[in-house]
Each structure stands twice: as structure tokens, then as C-alpha cells.
Design a protein around this ligand. Structure first.
Ligand code: 5GP
Ligand code: ZN
Length: 144
């Protein structure tokens, strides 16, 4: 049966976050578990998983939203000390077109090592001022 309850029952990240499936845990508190990504973009690539199920950032509660960046900063700082990375990217995908493959909110913490690798990169386009005005109007009207 489709529906949110069934989604949670079958959700791999719910199971990992709540310890039903064992994982190498870098950090855990009452709200989050932080694990290594199975397909890392760089050495130490980690995922911050809330223990509650939210499909993506549009569903996350205020409580979790307020905390997740603090956890990301804590993990990033520890990675710089422990792994010798010189920076880190926080990446958070929402929706298929954005590359989301697991529909349980998670934030990637991707350590960076001055090795010239490109992980989060794009060729900059140009911003058309007329189009920007139109988009600005439409988006401000769409805000809840
Ligand atoms: P997304 O593309 O949804 O932002 O990220 C999902 C990430 O989860 C991917 O980078 C993928 O490698 C990772 N992943 C998928 N399944 C598992 C799993 O069972 N365990 C772990 N540790 N990582 C997973
Ligand atoms: Zn889940």
C-alpha cells in the first residue's frame, strides 16, 4: 500500500538511523545518526540522518531544521581535525531531478582535500535581468 506509513516501514534510512540496520556511526544523539556514504564522493563522505522520517527539506520539522546545520558544522570541524581535509561541502538533494535517490531527508558532508577534484561544480551561465524580474515576481507570489 502506498502512503507515508508504508514509506517509513520500507525506508532504509529510517532503519539505519534508528539502529535497526547496523552502521558505522560517526556521531549519534537523540535526533540524528551520522554514517559514512556507501558510495563516497571523497574520503570520509558522511550522511546526516534524522531519526524521524521526512521525505525531503520541504517536509522537515522546524526542530530538525534548526539542528541539522549545527550537526553538520560539528562533523565538518571534526573531519578537518581528524582527516586533514581543508574544507567540506554540505549537499542536500531534493527530488529526482536534483539527484535525490533516497527519499528520507539527509545532508551530505563531503570532505575536500586540495586535490583539485570537482565535486559540486557547474559552468556559470548568465542571469538575464528581465527573466530575473519575472521569476522574482512568480516566486514571491508562490511563497507560503
Ligand atoms: P541522495 O542522492 O539521495 O542525496 O543520496 C543518497 C546517498 O546515500 C548516496 O550517496 C548513496 O551512496 C548513499 N546510500 C544509499 N544507500 C545507502 C545505504 O544503505 N547505506 C549507506 N551508508 N549509504 C547509502
Ligand atoms: Zn525514513
Amino acid at each position: 500500500m502506498p502512503g507515508p506509513e508504508n514509506e517509513m516501514e520500507n525506508c532504509i534510512f529510517c532503519k539505519i538511523a534508528n539502529g535497526e540496520i547496523p552502521s558505522t556511526t560517526l556521531y549519534e544523539d537523540d535526533m540524528f545518526r551520522v554514517i559514512f556514504d556507501l558510495g563516497p564522493a571523497s574520503k570520509g563522505h558522511a550522511l546526516i540522518l534524522p531519526k524521524e522520517h521526512f521525505a525531503d527539506v520541504t517536509e522537515i520539522s522546524e526542530e530538525y531544521a534548526a539542528k541539522v546545520l549545527l550537526v553538520a558544522a560539528k562533523i565538518g570541524k571534526a573531519m578537518k581535525k581528524a582527516l586533514g581535509c581543508t574544507g567540506f561541502n554540505l549537499v542536500q538533494n531534493n527530488g529526482l531531478s536534483a539527484g535525490q535517490t533516497v527519499f528520507h531527508f539527509h545532508m551530505h558532508v563531503i570532505p575536500r582535500y586540495d586535490d583539485g577534484s570537482k565535486i559540486v561544480a557547474w559552468d556559470p551561465g548568465t542571469l538575464d535581468p528581465e527573466e530575473a524580474k519575472k521569476m522574482q515576481k512568480k516566486i514571491s507570489e508562490a511563497l507560503d
